[in-house]
Design a protein. Sequence first.
Length: 129
Amino acid sequence: MNSTLAFDRQGYAYFSSYSGQRSLRVYRGTMNDHGVHFKLMMQGLAYRPGQTHQSIAYNPHNDRLYFVSDDAISSVPVKKLRQRQATPKDVHASVFASQREFEGLSFTAAGQGYLILNRGAELMRIDIS
């Protein structure tokens, strides 16, 4: 299990892991008084966003999961991922030439994003459209 979790509006928890040379798997589950239960979602990303998995985040404003790696960010709509209907057009990906590592990403209820970087520690406010 990855060391970072993201929670959606309904309280489901998500984590992701790399599989093989290129792909990314996504797990969805619950954590409550009855235990911790996660299942592999049967659709993930064929191409992961970078070499080192750093973080996963959920944006309640646009209902997307974000996967952070190195200086790359990919996202996919939760609803389409859950229904196994996500297509390559649904995946948004950005690769930056920052020469820095993106360590974490978080969103407010209104969708305002905050990105943590290292190698010169910095917290950046980002706008996701």
